[in-house]
Write a protein that binds this ligand. Structure first.
Ligand SMILES: Nc1ncnc2c1ncn2[C@@H]1O[C@H](COP(=O)(O)OP(=O)(O)OP(=O)(O)O)[C@@H](O)[C@H]1O
Ligand SMILES: C[C@H](O)[C@H](O)[C@@H](O)C(=O)CO
Ligand SMILES: [Mg+2]
Length: 490
């Protein structure tokens, strides 16, 4: 009889507790609790509501107990780069600040005037995003840092609150852009640059480390199951990759949610000049792998449009309305910084199109199609980049996460990139979280076997290129990105 496993998977837009057992050679999956996530302004910063997240986790665990499960194994994964400062009293000093907060706007530029980008990349192999932990700590209040006993990444902090044990799990630690690839430790020079002592991070551990049991005090306060916590691949994207079915030779993945993380799994990091110049990253994966990928703005854009429209449309309705609009009416560099955290995404998209003298999308369908068709173009362009950097052609694209539900986006991407697409499971992150628990508990042998079980457990939808459908639109987009099509700056 399989043990009972719970994945706590918290993305930037939503969190969920997923319950699972292995039954007849399949990983069954039951959503027990889902909640919205997001940041709110506090003391002038965009802050995550970490205490509310913990309350939601306890609510979910109570529901697990009410379903009759008195003994479980649990793993936690969340978004990357953000952290909690924990004081000498073991309590958080402040609410964690979101990576989308404006505080790091100029940090990357300032830090890299002293420390060359080429040196940082050679040390870490991590992409330059101005919200990486390195730049957040560079701007951090120095008095707060002096009062800090431990800097805990978000999922590690949650595990610490639940069990009292503090670790730093490597897949998420790599997103700090402070882990030295060769040494496998926090880089001393980069720590010094941001005035952090290496003892201020808890010890580094690999995915699959047993963290401990939920503290008795929580059982007294909440009616929850006896719970052993395992430190899984705590960066949600690392778990998403593990939960990817891995269909095709030289397969690529697209973890499609708030962000679109497009890449492939490597056994050695790729930090050559082409990778550096294309700003690709080598985030650490589980079991000694590397996630060679690029961050693409993703469905964050649609999430904001949905809110701008007062949530009168579901995501499925927006996708349906998009299908009634024409694709490629305008070219948009979806990674333009104006889309990182605008007051109003619809206005940001319309302003971008006005400034570049292009057709301005007006209706919800036109706006949604502008987003989807330009995401598809961006994906296709980056897949060409990936093939060029790697020196071989990626044969299939596995799309997982909520975005795998968007048939329109999947089909556009397949045609533009001329690649077969295998879409699903949408809850790959939770599934990847679960398989590390099951491997640690010796119920699954290894990740290759886990992916075979995943392929047999979930519906995977296929999409194939529609030949000659859009002519040279990708080349025109690439010229636009490279600035060759000089759309006049309005
Ligand atoms: N049925 C659907 N139709 C269209 N879009 C959908 C559908 N279901 C999910 N989505 C898209 O998936 C997105 C959420 O994806 P997902 O649940 O993977 O993100 P998350 O886990 O909440 O956040 P993160 O990406 O930070 O992990 C939604 O913003 C929406 O755009
Ligand atoms: C900021 C990170 O790059 C981002 O969170 C991404 O890695 C992620 O975790 C998507 O959920
Ligand atoms: Mg997610």
């Amino acid at each position: 009889m399989s043990k009972t496993y719970v994945a706590v998977d918290i993305g930037a837009s939503s969190g969920r507790l997923m319950l699972s057992q292995i039954k007849d050679g399949k990983i069954d999956l039951q959503e027990v609790h889902r909640f919205n996530n997001g940041f709110k302004k506090a003391d002038g910063h965009d802050c995550w509501q970490i205490d509310q997240i913990l309350k939601e986790i306890f609510t979910g665990l109570k529901k697990v107990k009410q379903l009759g499960f008195n003994e479980i194994v649990l793993g936690i994964d969340t978004w990357a780069v953000d952290y909690v400062l924990v004081g000498m009293d073991g309590q958080k000093i402040q609410n964690p600040i979101s990576y989308r907060d404006a505080r790091t706007k100029d940090a990357l530029e300032k830090l890299t005037t002293d420390v060359p980008k080429s040196l940082i990349y050679k040390k870490t192999g991590i992409q330059f995003l101005n919200f990486n932990t390195l730049y957040q700590l560079y701007t951090e209040n120095k008095d707060e840092l002096k009062k800090t006993d431990k800097i805990m990444m978000i999922p590690d902090y949650i595990g610490y609150v639940l069990t009292g044990n503090a670790v730093t799990e490597v897949t998420n630690a790599s997103t700090t852009q402070m882990l030295n690839l060769r040494e496998g430790l926090f880089d001393k020079d980069l720590l010094k640059k941001v005035h952090v002592d290496q003892n201020q991070f808890p010890r580094l551990v690999e995915s699959g480390t047993i963290l401990g049991n939920i503290r008795h005090a929580w059982h007294v306060k909440y009616d929850i199951p006896e719970t052993e916590v395992i430190t899984v691949a705590t960066h949600d994207t690392a778990s998403a990759v593990l939960g990817t079915p891995g269909i095709g030779d030289h397969w690529a993945f697209l973890s499609s949610g708030t962000w679109s993380l497009l890449g492939t799994e490597l056994n050695v990091p790729e930090i050559g000049d082409l990778a550096f110049e294309s700003n690709y990253t080598n985030e650490w994966g589980a079991y000694g792998t590397y996630r060679f990928l690029k961050n693409i703005m993703g469905l964050w854009m649609i999430q904001n449009v949905k809110h701008n429209l007062n949530d009168q449309y579901s995501f499925a309705q927006l996708a349906e309305l998009a299908g009634q609009a024409k694709p490629f009416e305008q070219f948009i560099d979806v990674n333009d910084e104006s889309f990182i955290n605008p007051e109003n995404m619809i206005e940001a998209i319309q302003t971008y199109c006005q400034k570049t003298s292009q057709v301005v999308p007006q209706t919800p369908g036109e706006i949604a199609m502008a987003i989807y068709s330009n995401l598809a173009l961006y994906y296709a362009n980056e897949l060409e980049n990936l093939n060029n950097i790697l020196g071989y052609k990626l044969e299939a694209l596995n799309i997982v996460g909520g975005g795998s539900n968007v048939k329109l986006l999947n089909q556009l991407t397949s045609t533009l990139a001329d690649i077969p697409i295998f879409a699903g499971p949408s809850e790959a992150t939770a599934i990847g979280n679960l398989v590390v628990q099951m491997i640690t508990e010796n119920e699954i042998n290894n990740i290759a076997d886990a992916r075979e079980i995943i392929r047999n457990s979930y519906q995977i939808n296929e999409f194939h290129p529609e030949t000659n459908k859009y002519g040279d639109i990708l080349k025109d987009y690439q010229d636009f990105l490279r600035g060759k099509i000089k759309v006049s700056e309005g």
